[in-house]
Structure formats: structure tokens, C-alpha cells
Design a protein around this ligand. Structure first.
Ligand SMILES: *Cc1c(COP(=O)(O)O)cnc(C)c1O
Length: 450
């Protein structure tokens, strides 16, 4: 035992090991207080100390299997990065870099320069800057261009994105005055025209990304709004939300307006997320007319909201992948997962089925069923992608048993997150890429279930 303890001290430090030993001793004492024998062999004692130490050092931010069927799952970290982006992050994380250093001049440089030309090239804009996320991008744009002034916005676009991001609240915090125009279901060009006055700062359109109003509806398209804004000498700002850089329809996916198309409609400034359909790191991209982007960049809050070097390095690599559209689908994980052929997903589900059935034992019924994946992160809320899932149902029909199973799967070394739906646990295989690691997890399941 001494040898094991001194190994543990070398790895975790004295304080940690003595805390763990005291913890195990306390558990044993409690056992004695409850009249249960608490004599343990040295071997068992040191194993329990080791387990205690490992538990304390397990990161809370861990990898999981996302089998929820939502590809860009905000709670599970949204887009996965391609290898090129990860390598670039490691490089700038472990050595000094040219983050704000101009090698040619030997002087201070500008951090936006690492991505600005790429963004402009891919979006057809004159200038661009990047911040922490799209929420920050919208905030910075409004705070720069509309501080103390009015922003007419359609009642149909006063969206809540999730958490505490609500357009009216962001506008208030950015210091501008929201002027609601139109109604929930219908807003016309004349509503905007009537709302423009001497205090108007800009016209804004917010992509209603996470819901759709159907039936008797009307909204004003980008082109008409841009024309109106320009007639009144106002900038036209579009919050695109997801903002795709490629034509989704051409990839066989539900159509989503591209950034370049929205710019071509006359948007002067657009904002979108880096970790949604773009498939990059968390960030918010602001692109548009040079003079407006310059003003946005000079806002002191830009420093508060700026992007860190790791994400900047990753973003540059992800954007470079877009220069070769032919290989994009394989190299960018988000697009790879979204375009995964149904036959492929189905074959995989059938391939892993026997091993999982064996691990589940006789209490559960396991079938491969068709299902629908969602893109997620508010992108294309109504359209779904045909997929295949492992459907698990307890033979007893007992919901408690199903919930215990879901909890046991979350407790595996690499937790498996599925979707509970009317008495069944669905494991959508669309995002299952490391099949070997996945199968290994199930070996530990029977023990976790008892
Ligand atoms: C997702 C989204 C946001 C927020 O973007 P984050 O990158 O999560 O900050 C804002 N507006 C719209 C329309 C969105 O879809």
C-alpha cells in the first residue's frame, strides 16, 4: 500500500492524497456507525483512495457521444472542428505567435487580419471583424451604429434564441431604442417606412432561426428593406443567425440563404455564428461595408468582446477549407455529418445492433428504426434529415427502467446521450463516427445497470 500511496502523492500531491484518504476513512466510519463491518484489506483501501482521486480529477467538460439526433447541439458544444483547425489551435497555444504582430513591418499588427480577407472572399464583403459569438456581434453592431437612437424591427422577428438572448433585451442593453413595426404574423414595407424618423439609426432584419410562423403571414424581403434603407440613407443590418457559406441545396440539404446571397441583396452589415452551419469554432462574424466595419472595430467594447487566439487560428483554417468546395463535405465535420447518406447510417445501426443487444440483456427490446435528425442551433427548425436510430424499450414498459438505462449510459466512461421519446430511448446514429470506441462503452453497461 505504501508504494501505491507514494505513487499517488507523486501524481496528485500530498494535500489531494490525504484528502482522499480521509474521505475513504469517513466512508468506512459511516459504514461502522450503521452496524456494517468495515474491515478492508490494504489492497481494497488503496483502490478506493485511487478511485476517489480519479473522480476528483475527472474533468467536468468531457467528450460524449451525441446520439440525440440534433447535429449542432448547443448544449453538447455545436460544431466539431476539422483536424487542420485543431492543429492550428495547438500550434498557437504552445508557442508565441503573430497574433498581433506584423512580421513584414516588425510592428504591432491587427488580429482581424488573420481572417478578414478570407471572410471577404467567401462572403463578397469589403471588410470583416470577429468577436466572441454572434450575440456579441449583434450587440457590438447595435452599440456602434445605433447608440441612443431608434431601430425599427418587425414584431415577427423579436426572437428569443435560448438562454437569455432576446432581441428586445439585447437592443436595450446595447443602448438603442426598439421601435416595433408590423404584427406577429404580418409586417409590410409601409410599416417600416412609417417608422423611420429623424432618430432612426438603421433598419434591421433578424433571421427567425428557431421557429416558423405559418399561414397568413408576410415579411419584407432583404432586397426591399435594403432599398428602403438606402433611400433614407440608413445602413441595413441583417442578423443571419446560422449564416451558411455554401449552397445547402446543392449538397442535397434543405435550402438556407447564404451569406453571399444576403450581401448581394443589399445588406450593409451582416452577423452570423462561427459554430453553427459554418462548422467552425465559437465566434461571431461581422462583415460588410468597410466604413461601417471600421467604426465597429473602433468601438472600445470590441476589446471586451474580441476573439481569442485559439478560436481565431481555428476559424482561419475552417474558412480555408471553403476554398475547395469539392472536398468540403469530407473535411468539415459538420457538413460530413449533415450529408451522411441514410444507407450508411442504417448499415451502421444494424452493424452495432447485436453487440448492444447482448449488453442490454433480456430486459430490453432493441430495434433499428427510421428517424429524423435535426440540424440544430436554430438552423432550419422545421426541416429534418432522414436517419436511422437504435430504439430501446423496456419489455416491462416501465418508464423508470428506461430512465435508469439512460442514466447508466450517461454514466459510462464516454457518456452516450440519446433522446427519450414516448417510452423509448432513441440513439440516432447520424453523428456516430468512432464506432469502435462506442462499442467498447457497452461492455461496462451490465455492471452500471445493476
Ligand atoms: C444563434 C443565433 C444567435 C446567437 O448566436 P451565438 O453565436 O449563439 O451567440 C443570434 N441570432 C440568431 C438569429 C441566431 O440564430
Amino acid at each position: 500500500m505504501l508504494q501505491q500511496m507514494s505513487d499517488a502523492v507523486a501524481r496528485y500531491g500530498h494535500g489531494e492524497v490525504s484528502r482522499a484518504i480521509r474521505g475513504v476513512q469517513a466512508q468506512l466510519r459511516q459504514q461502522l456507525d450503521h452496524g456494517r463491518p468495515a474491515l478492508v484489506a490494504d489492497e481494497v483501501f488503496s483502490q478506493r483512495v485511487e478511485a476517489e482521486l480519479q473522480a476528483r480529477h475527472q474533468p467536468t467538460l468531457r467528450s460524449v457521444f451525441n446520439l440525440t439526433g440534433t447535429v449542432l447541439h448547443t448544449n453538447l458544444g455545436r460544431a466539431l472542428l476539422p483536424a487542420e483547425a485543431v492543429a492550428a489551435m495547438v500550434a498557437v497555444a504552445t508557442a508565441p505567435s503573430t497574433l498581433e504582430f506584423d512580421l513584414a513591418q516588425g510592428k504591432r499588427g491587427e488580429r482581424d487580419k488573420h481572417v478578414e480577407a478570407l471572410i471577404c472572399e467567401l462572403s463578397g464583403t469589403e471588410a470583416a471583424t470577429v468577436v466572441n459569438n454572434n450575440a456579441a456581434a449583434i450587440f457590438l453592431v447595435l452599440n456602434t451604429l445605433a447608440l441612443g437612437r431608434e431601430v425599427p424591427t418587425s414584431r415577427g422577428e423579436l426572437v428569443e434564441i435560448g438562454g437569455s438572448f432576446r432581441v428586445p433585451e439585447i437592443m436595450a442593453r446595447a443602448g438603442c431604442h426598439l421601435v416595433e413595426v408590423g404584427t406577429t404574423n404580418r409586417t409590410h414595407l409601409k410599416d417600416y417606412a412609417g417608422a423611420i424618423g429623424e432618430h432612426t439609426a438603421l433598419l434591421m432584419k433578424v433571421h427567425t432561426s428557431n421557429y416558423r410562423v405559418e399561414g397568413f403571414t408576410h415579411s419584407v424581403d432583404e432586397k426591399a428593406l435594403a432599398t428602403l434603407a438606402h433611400e433614407r440613407r440608413l445602413p441595413f443590418v441583417v442578423d443571419m443567425g446560422s449564416g451558411s457559406l455554401v449552397d445547402f441545396a446543392a449538397l442535397g440539404l434543405p435550402a438556407e440563404p447564404t451569406v453571399a446571397a444576403t450581401v448581394a441583396q443589399g445588406a450593409d452589415v451582416i452577423t452570423f455564428s462561427g459554430d453553427k452551419l459554418l462548422g467552425g469554432p465559437q465566434c461571431g462574424i461581422v462583415a460588410g461595408r468597410r466604413e461601417l466595419i471600421e467604426r465597429i472595430r473602433k468601438n472600445p467594447l470590441k476589446r471586451v468582446l474580441r476573439l481569442d487566439k485559439l478560436n481565431l487560428a481555428a476559424l482561419a483554417e475552417v474558412l480555408k477549407l471553403y476554398r475547395n468546395p469539392a472536398t468540403l463535405k469530407e473535411r468539415l465535420p459538420t457538413l460530413r455529418l449533415l450529408t451522411r447518406p441514410l444507407a450508411d447510417i442504417e448499415a451502421q445501426a444494424r452493424r452495432v445492433q447485436p453487440a448492444i443487444a447482448a449488453a442490454l440483456g433480456a430486459r430490453f427490446r432493441l430495434t433499428v428504426v427510421p428517424c429524423h435528425s435535426l440540424i440544430g442551433s436554430g438552423a432550419l427548425p422545421v426541416e429534418t434529415l432522414p436517419s436511422a436510430a437504435l430504439e430501446i424499450a423496456p419489455l416491462s414498459g416501465d418508464d423508470g427502467e428506461l430512465r435508469s438505462l439512460a442514466a447508466a449510459l450517461r454514466g459510462l466512461p464516454l457518456p452516450i446521450i440519446g433522446r427519450l421519446s414516448s417510452g423509448r430511448l432513441l440513439l440516432d446514429c447520424r453523428c456516430l463516427e468512432s464506432e469502435g470506441d462506442f462499442l467498447v462503452q457497452w461492455i461496462a453497461l451490465p455492471e452500471a445497470l445493476t
